[in-house]
Design a protein around this ligand. Structure first.
Ligand code: UD1
Ligand code: CA
Length: 472
């Protein structure tokens, strides 16, 4: 395969998106956890664009900071003060492309299904045909609303006519303009300044470039399936497009060795990474920058946000975790809750109704049932019994609990932080620990039990008699 010709890209994203009925700019609405506009930008970059200029208008600050965060220097913003049409939007990008030669691909910010393969194919078609202008074309039974592609008697494209400017006969044309162009930089610069707003909307139409290019050369056309070209104007289209992206993603994961038991009901953000031999049961949600190692099994209903899980770990049903790291061969759940800031070593076990926050726990330690552990440093081979509470908060400040290697914490103990339990120490069940426990010591702090012979029988009699009197 010969090397692809040099090109840059313009992504037009200044429009308001009124039909979203949203305070969030349309192009920032997320699909697979990524802002809409990042999809066409990524498609252009992955196809090899040297530079991508995004034209901003509505919500410009939010959009430009979102782009900066995701793409740093490879994407630059241009500003379109007033939305005077797609021709004007493209013109606003030109100063950012002054030093560029080759071709410029022009895309819309609201078409997240467009792939890098499609962008690349359009650039290749333009250079193979030496075309000033190449465009995608597509066909629908009813292309209402879209610009229609006008061809001459020999089948060459001569113009694009917007729906509202079309004659009755032209409205019957099913071939429509997806709005993706690849234009020679020189021709683009020379032509964009000369567009007129002589149309029904009084806007500057980018599509008028087609008629100009057709005047003295041939417009190259690349037919493409409409399924990849859907644009988003409202929330229903947003959800429909996200669904298509999820099914594409599920297929790619399947090819990469991931078993996704319920592709329709699982939500995996685009930036999540999954290893080989990972199995996801139904209703799993993996968000943000979650990383899942080889051979991990994630059971029904788990929700992980920015969590790293190492090889071979099992997450039992309904484990909820965020901003945490989990070692290899560990087991979490069912119903474990990891709040942010945990670092759990290899082979740890966290069981049902255990809540963790900012806990470092070394290899092989366990908290299997009903516990709150917050702000703690737990060594190796520690066993935290059922009902243990790290009392980390005094109402004003948070304090730390340290459990050294080999510690045993009996059930229903409260550890009042700041506190340190030394290596191999033992805290007896039901102890409220308020002083540090030295290494190898036994801490026991509870009232002594007394057994009173026969007293239970007398107690029963008294209680039953009381109940009988109350009934009368
Ligand atoms: C445009 C095309 C139409 C095509 C359709 C495909 C023109 C004149 N028409 O129509 O032929 O079939 O797309 O979806 O180009 N934008 C700006 N600044 C503006 C105006 C628009 O940045 O001043 C951006 C919008 O944010 C959007 C894109 O350009 O991302 C397309 O604009 P939109 O108004 O949706 O174009 P259509 O009228 O749908
Ligand atoms: Ca419009």
């Amino acid at each position: 395969m010969t090397q692809r010709a040099k090109f840059s890209a313009i992504v037009m994203a200044a429009g308001q998106g009124t039909r979203m009925h949203s305070d969030l700019p349309k192009v920032l609405h997320p699909l697979l956890g990524r802002p809409m506009v990042s999809f066409p930008v990524s498609a252009a970059l992955e196809a090899g664009a040297e530079r991508v200029v995004v034209v901003l208008g509505h919500g410009r600050d939010a959009v430009s900071s979102s782009l900066a965060e995701r793409f740093d220097g490879r994407v630059v913003s241009a500003l379109q003060e007033a939305q005077r049409g797609t021709g004007d939007a493209a013109r606003c990008a030109l100063p950012a492309l002054e030093d560029i030669d080759g071709r410029v691909v022009i895309l819309c910010g609201d078409t997240p299904l467009l792939t890098s393969g499609c962008v690349g194919a359009l650039v290749d078609r333009a250079s193979a045909e030496g075309a000033k202008l190449a465009m995608l074309t597509s066909v629908l039974d009813d292309a209402s609303g879209y610009g229609r592609i006008i061809r001459d008697g020999e089948g060459h494209i001569t113009a694009i006519r917007e729906h509202r400017d079309c004659s009755e006969a032209e409205r019957a044309i099913g071939e429509w303009n997806p709005g993706v162009f690849c234009v020679e930089a020189g021709f683009l610069r020379a032509t964009l300044d000369t567009l007129s707003a002589d149309n029904d909307q009084g806007e500057l139409y980018l599509t008028d470039l087609v008629e100009r290019a057709a005047g003295d050369s041939r417009v190259a056309a690349l037919p493409w399936p409409a399924a990849d070209l859907h644009g988003i104007n409202d929330r229903n289209q947003l959800i429909a497009c996200e669904r298509i992206l999820r099914l594409r993603q599920a297929e790619a994961l399947g090819r990469a060795g991931v078993t996704l038991r319920d592709p329709e009901g699982s939500f995996i953000d685009a930036d999540v990474q999954l290893g080989r031999d990972v199995t996801l049961e139904a209703g799993v949600q993996l968000r943000g920058k979650t990383r899942i190692g080889d051979g991990v099994h994630i059971d029904v209903g788990c929700v992980l946000t920015n969590v790293t899980v190492a090889t071979g770990t099992r997450l039992l049903p309904y484990t909820v975790a965020s901003d945490s790291q989990v070692g290899a061969g560990a087991q979490l759940g069912p119903f474990s809750h990891l709040r942010p800031g945990n670092e759990l070593g290899d082979g740890v076990r966290i069981g049902n109704f255990v809540e963790l926050k900012k806990i470092r726990m070394d290899q092989g330690s366990k908290a299997n049932h009903l516990a709150y552990l917050g702000d703690g440093d737990i060594g190796r081979g520690v066993n935290v019994g059922a009902g243990t509470i790290f009392c980390n908060y005094d109402g004003v400040m948070k304090h730390k609990t340290v459990l050294e290697d080999g510690v045993f914490i009996g059930s229903d103990s409260q550890l009042v932080a700041p506190i340190t339990i030394g290596k191999d120490a033992y805290v007896a069940t039901g102890t409220t620990v308020t002083q540090d426990v030295p290494s190898e010591a036994l801490a026991i702090g509870r009232a002594r039990q007394q057994n009173k012979a026969g007293l239970a029988t007398r107690l029963w009699q008294r209680l039953r008699a009381q109940a009988a009197r109350a009934k009368k």
